[in-house]
Design a protein around this ligand. Structure first.
Ligand code: ADP
Ligand code: MG
Length: 188
């Protein structure tokens, strides 16, 4: 199957996870993330703001801010099809943005140099055991990672159902660690 068909298949498969399991699995993944050495040793953390049936990162964002981490969230630059990062100090500063995903409101936008990041919490539709991911198809994270001069730790979070074998493209950039509800996969 090509990436396009795999995306479609996984989006359908994710619909089948009932809401109770979704909440339970999400919480267990986020708890593992908090318990990880990578989280504990990071100061500057970039995390996606979950949308629809993605793993819920809202509580993660609140607690990380409370833990005195510097938390950054994506702002999509539609014109250039690129992802910027903006420092978030209060969850309440988020409002509906690109495709309905929460983004910092105009007054609170604080775009910073992404080379300061220690850790990137990376979303994905499918991950393989080599750490490669299939996203929604815009290549935002591939472009973002390839633009960095630094090498932050990249953690992919997903449900166990989202781990599947597939052939990556040359421009795909893998994560270093995958945390899911059943296991933690260390790539290096
Ligand atoms: N470093 C990059 N620079 C420019 N374009 C890129 C880069 N990495 C990926 N792309 C482009 O992004 C598009 C989507 O990539 P793909 O891997 O299919 O999406 P996703 O990673 O979201 O699943 C591809 O057409 C690819 O050419
Ligand atoms: Mg890709």
């Amino acid at each position: 199957m090509n990436k396009k068909d795999l995306r479609k298949m996984m989006l359908e498969k994710l619909q089948e996870i009932d809401s109770k399991s979704h909440i339970y699995k999400s919480k267990s993944i986020i708890n593992k993330l908090f318990d990880s050495e990578q989280y504990k040793s990071s100061k500057d953390i970039f995390v996606f703001v979950s949308f629809k049936n993605e793993i819920n990162t809202h509580e993660f964002i609140n607690r990380a801010i409370n833990d005195n981490k510097n938390v950054y969230v994506p702002i999509i630059d539609k014109a250039n099809k690129l992802m910027n990062i903006s420092k978030l100090t209060r969850f309440e500063d988020l409002e509906s943005g690109y495709f309905g995903v929460l983004e910092p409101n105009k007054e609170s936008i604080d775009i910073v140099d992404p080379n300061i990041l220690d850790l990137v919490i990376t979303p994905g539709l499918i991950f393989n055991t080599k750490g490669y991911r299939i996203g929604y198809g815009a290549g935002f994270y591939d472009k973002f990672f390839s633009s960095l001069n630094t090498n932050p730790t990249k953690i992919g979070i997903c449900f166990e159902e989202q781990i599947m074998d597939f052939e990556n493209d040359d421009y795909d950039i893998p994560v270093d660690l995958i945390i899911n509800d059943k296991s933690t996969i260390n790539i290096k």
